[in-house]
Design a protein around this ligand. Structure first.
Ligand SMILES: [Zn+2]
Length: 279
């Protein structure tokens, strides 16, 4: 299925946090909420089910009519990370094998959270009609799962109601996916983030704000592109991918951030919908 020589490719399908922001001011980088497709060896791993997962599903359906097998990792069940699931066409096809994996948390089972978002009268179709979904599994912090040649490791990040970050290792390549996360007041890097991102080829980081905007959003569970840069440098990350942009951040703001990071040592990309990175 991959047709790729590299063991790990990363395609962004949604790069915004909180709510989709379609429109002319967000058209270039994209206006969907988080979804990332990872091809790891022969495995298809999908990170988060924000509204970007619809574009991913359409592209998959256009590329093949065969049954699809994929593993979908959810960082947490805040709306923007699951709101694409009820509209993910591949999940309704009973021929498909979609296995959902998400955080093990006290007091809120993953299956309950996913079912509740689709309860009438808020939504007419129950979760049970997603007949392509074959399993829902919880993963705890520090646990790993193996998918063919790929290993996925989970760690909690710093976020209200808890968010799980993931690291994917495949061959000699690695990706850390760390949405949503807020840096702390201390200079020390959060232990979960450090464990996931150390020495990775790519770190996808929560760059909802800039340092200048951050004081108004302290405690909301998100970080800044400048903190992402410092973190990536400290953890010897090859390429930092900034993502999870606040809804008020428009394309020209991201152009300005790009101009600044292009002046800095090290590779930094602005995550852009439809763009694929081969690690
Ligand atoms: Zn969140």
């Amino acid at each position: 299925m991959t047709g790729s020589q590299s063991p790990l490719t990363v395609t962004f399908w949604g790069v915004r946090g909180s709510t989709p922001v379609p429109g002319p001011n967000t058209a270039r980088y994209g206006g969907n909420t988080p979804c990332v497709e990872v091809r790891a060896g022969d495995s298809i791993l999908v990170l988060d089910a924000g509204t970007g997962i619809q574009s991913f599903g359409r592209e998959m359906r256009e590329s093949t009519d065969e049954p699809v097998k994929l593993d979908l990792f959810l960082t947490h069940t805040h709306w923007d990370h699951i709101q694409g699931l009820p509209f993910f066409q591949l999940a309704y096809d009973p021929r498909n094998e979609i296995n959902i994996i998400g955080p093990k948390r006290d007091g809120a089972s993953l299956i309950d959270c996913l079912e509740r978002q689709m309860l009438p009268p808020n939504f007419p179709v129950p979760f049970s009609l997603l007949q392509g979904v074959k399993s829902v599994t919880e993963i705890g912090a520090g646990e790993s799962m193996t998918f063919g040649a790929a290993t996925v490791t989970a760690q909690f990040l710093n976020h209200p109601n808890e968010s799980m970050g993931y690291r994917i290792d495949c061959g000699d390549k690695s990706l850390a996916y760390c949405l949503d996360h807020e840096h702390g007041d201390s200079e020390e890097i959060h232990s979960g983030l450090a464990a996931l991102a150390k020495n990775t080829d790519m770190l996808v980081f929560d760059a909802a704000y800039s340092d200048e905007e951050y004081p108004s959003f302290r405690g909301w569970g998100h970080s800044t592109w400048q903190e992402g840069y410092k973190t990536a440098q400290a953890l010897d990350v090859q390429t930092l991918a900034l993502a999870g942009f606040n809804p008020g951040v428009v394309d020209t703001d991201l152009d300005a951030i790009k101009a600044q990071v292009d002046e800095l040592p090290g590779a930094v990309v602005i995550a852009t919908e439809g763009q694929t990175h081969t690690l």
